[in-house]
Design a protein around this ligand. Sequence first.
Ligand SMILES: *Cc1c(COP(=O)(O)O)cnc(C)c1O
Length: 383
Amino acid sequence: MKKKIYLSSPHMGGKEQDYIKSAFDTNWIAPLGPHVSAFEKELSKYTGAAHAAVLSSGTSAIHLALILLDVKPKDYVICQSFTFSATANPITYQGATPVFVDSEKETWNMCPKQLEKAIKHCLSDKKNPKKPKAIIPVHLYGMPAKIDKIMAIAEKYDIPVIEDAAESLGSSIDEKQTGSFGKFGILSFNGNKIITTSGGGALLSDDGEMIKKARFLATQARDEAPHYQHSQIGYNYRMSNVLAGIGLGQMKVLKKRIAERRKNFERYQDLFESKKALGYNVEMLEEPKGSFCNRWLTTVLINPKKNKGITRDTLRLAFESENIESRPLWKPMHMQPVFEKYPFFGDGTSEKLFEIGLCLPSGTNMTEKDWDRIEKVLNEVFI
Ligand SMILES: *Cc1c(COP(=O)(O)O)cnc(C)c1O
């Protein structure tokens, strides 16, 4: 069997083990310690958010943001439908109702028009008229959402925004980093993300009090007392000092990783461009003016009508037979059995993306040999 080529696999920079060693040498093997604080400072400096708390996952960061915004049963939380399930799951942990919003075609992220429709629906619902407690847009695959328009609507109705920047660390709009626009931003350092701590996440905010409260809730909500004293429910959501050490090592190569991911995108772009002469038209997502995309994953749309009947599954299966991983674009939440009973506002955009879209191998540790194998498949499919 040929070596597997993954969609996106961990890529260490080299310094990670030095930080791990120092954690061991000083016996800081705990969910607190100098690496945790240093990693938080670096993330805050990098993203421009005034404060950061590193946590056990991106999912726990979204959950804490919802708790801090006092999301409760019967509340509405508006959520981008075209995303990974971790964006929506924490809404249900709070017993609240997710209201899903479709994507627009330019960035594949939350459509501002559908967002406003969804807000109006919540405000005027016959059984439960209520202002949504939060809006969660996502910068999917690293592409910045139309955050200015989303923020303007959020401000008009006075609803806080939780930006899901799990896939977009390093992406920006007019030089301002994704994750730093909303009341909260969240990051993920899961194994497949642009940098990883094997598992982990972060909550970002300009509101220092909120981040302080997040740290408190994430360490079992212990009140100040010599004994264990609790006046509210807590969580065990903090990141270990050992893993924060991996994060510090990964921060050293983040810029390089972004450049490499962007190069992957360009390489695919050149390849598909050359197929146009043969009558194919594989579409790729352009950066809108002012947007900078980390190109976490390179994605393509393969409309069979524009590609001599070739579908995204033709390509996916051809890759699979060569032990190369590719994956359909994320299946929208409103189409998922577990979420289909919830309200949805849309025009079919994300459904179409799911039907014809594919994520291509986008790791930064792919070798020239790996690229040869990928290009061979592409040249055999788009003949
Ligand atoms: C990975 C991811 C998350 C969740 O992060 P974890 O660290 O895996 O919990 C949330 N949202 C999106 C869009 C993601 O891709």
